[in-house]
Design a protein around this ligand. Structure first.
Ligand SMILES: C[S@@+](CC[C@H](N)C(=O)[O-])C[C@H]1O[C@@H](n2cnc3c(N)ncnc32)[C@H](O)[C@@H]1O
Length: 233
């Protein structure tokens, strides 16, 4: 038994043998650990709960800096942690606004000059019209984190693909659930097919978009095949 100890946090002691155990986790083990113990109550941005894998958030930072969207449409707001994170990125580059859509904004607890909320379903005709009006003639990026069931994701992809600008992205989150067996925590999250088969079906029918696999370079992404780059008009 290795006796060497490391002091961490509030006097917690972690032995080398515990680290050796952790080092044997594979990527799937890490993702299940993250889903069970981290994502829903231990990720926050400026104190606001944020249901994200932070390795994906880093990629969002890179894409926003590179694309400089005028409008970022966020589908699925929840408490607003991700919305505020995106607003702060835009504040830092001095450009862009976020339109965040949710069927229910009673949980939403953030406000910022760059954030506008829209309440309703992404498939509500009034919401669709409002988003399309706001995005007319703008450089647009979309992050989809709303209803993750296959049919809804596919409907949202077909409804909103046109407004994504060339060289910008339609990010479809949480396809990771489709990579795990149904009896696991991640695989059982939806109880049916999710974003990944929707993405695949969409890409067969819309050749303007390709998967930018470089955005998955950290490997531990919740968005496999989910960084859709528009390559032509
Ligand atoms: C995973 S949470 C969003 C988390 C948030 N983006 C974050 O990272 O902290 C999904 C949200 O989508 C909303 N939602 C579900 N179906 C929707 C729909 N059809 N249209 C708009 N929002 C929807 C839910 O109310 C919920 O707040």
């Amino acid at each position: 038994m290795n006796k060497r100890e490391v002091i961490s946090g509030e006097n917690a002691k972690v032995t080398d043998s515990e680290y050796e155990h952790l080092n044997k986790l594979n990527l799937a083990g890490w993702l299940e650990h993250h889903q069970q113990n981290v994502v829903f109550d231990k990720v926050s941005w400026m104190g606001i709960p944020t249901w994200k894998n932070v390795l994906d958030l880093w990629i969002y930072q890179e894409l926003i800096f590179k694309v400089r969207p005028d409008i970022l449409v966020e589908m699925g707001s929840f408490k607003g942690g991700s919305t505020l994170y995106l607003a702060h990125l835009m504040e830092n580059i001095g450009h862009g606004r976020i339109v965040t859509v949710d069927i229910d904004h009673t949980n939403f607890i953030v406000s910022h000059d760059r954030i506008m909320t829209l309440t309703g379903s992404t498939q509500d005709p009034e919401v669709i019209t409002q988003i399309k009006n706001i995005c007319a003639d703008a450089r647009v990026m979309i992050i989809h984190d709303a209803d993750h069931r296959k049919d809804m994701v596919l409907a949202d992809l077909y409804t909103y693909a046109d407004i994504v600008s060339e060289d910008s992205y339609f990010i479809v989150e949480d396809g990771v659930v489709d990579l795990f067996p149904r009896q696991t925590l991640l695989g059982g999250a939806l109880g049916g097919p999710g974003p990944l088969p929707a993405i695949r079906e969409f890409l067969e029918n819309d050749r303007r978009f390709v998967v930018d696999r470089d955005c998955e370079r950290y490997q531990l992404s919740y968005n496999p095949n989910g960084y859709l780059k528009r390559i032509c008009g």
